[in-house]
Write a protein that binds this ligand. Sequence first.
Ligand code: UD2
Ligand code: MN
Length: 285
Amino acid sequence: YNNIQTKETKDKNLLTPCPQTPPALNGTMRLLVPAQETLEEVAQQLSWLRFLEGGHQTPLDCQARYKIAIIVPYRNRLANLCSFLLNMHPFLTKQQLDYTIFIIEQFDDGLFNRAMLMNVGFTEALKLHDFDCFFFHDVDLIPENDRNIYSCPDQPRHMSVAIDKFNYRLPYVDLFGGVISMSRTHFQLVNGFSNMFWGWGGEDDDMASRVKAHDLNITRYHPDVARYHMLTHAQQKANPKRYEKLYSGRKRFKTDGLNNLEYRVKALKQLPLFTYLLVDLTSRR
Ligand code: UD2
Ligand code: MN
């Protein structure tokens, strides 16, 4: 029986590279609904998947081309989180990716700072693995088409082009919110997101400015493919200072971002469905 190889014992290094376009995609996604809105129940519904720890998966039959981190900013949206995990894991598995989902929860109850949580996620993820690229992903957006491939982008890519809530139309041409992907190198080049946007709005536009100021281009898939469903949630109050911060942002690209990030990690856990980070943004290390 010496020559018998089972999937389990196959040496990862002997696997052939995964195809550029994964097989068995059909251009649709059926929205899965959690039977109950608890993480235990979602893990139960996903028990057919073979998870490595911390929401990490690798394809079984081929060698993935790159390592991907999905960074999700989070606070107090459990229903959205359950749907997100239930739908994203099968979607990313089908695309034969080596990926890890990170949930970055803001611990303090000050104004939410989505952009800063992204910077924390990027920084902490790189302490754990050598990721090639990053998806900065709202918890309430679920892809509707499995051909919307989460591959590492050559140029920064705006993923959530056509959202049902916006009648599948891009609200404005420079929009860079919702779901974006960037290589590790490009995210470092632009010094990450600004840390100065507290409350709703502006941080995504500031990132678009950073990308352009560094001679990078925002790219997009075709709107027929880059389609998303937005889950329902309570609306945040807009930050009245967002325009002011946005217009003066350019002066701060070099000094406000990854290189002046301060936070305190309250918890770091490898849970079955995701790597969990609880962070205090308002107190210093
Ligand atoms: C838009 C953008 C979003 C961001 C935001 C302004 C799109 C499709 N979305 O989303 O990317 O730029 O405006 O800041 O362009 N969150 C929590 N708990 C909270 C608040 C926010 O978990 O209490 C997280 C969660 O991942 C959420 C994301 O932050 O999806 C964006 O916040 P939102 O959903 O309240 O904002 P929205 O839908 O206007
Ligand atoms: Mn939203």
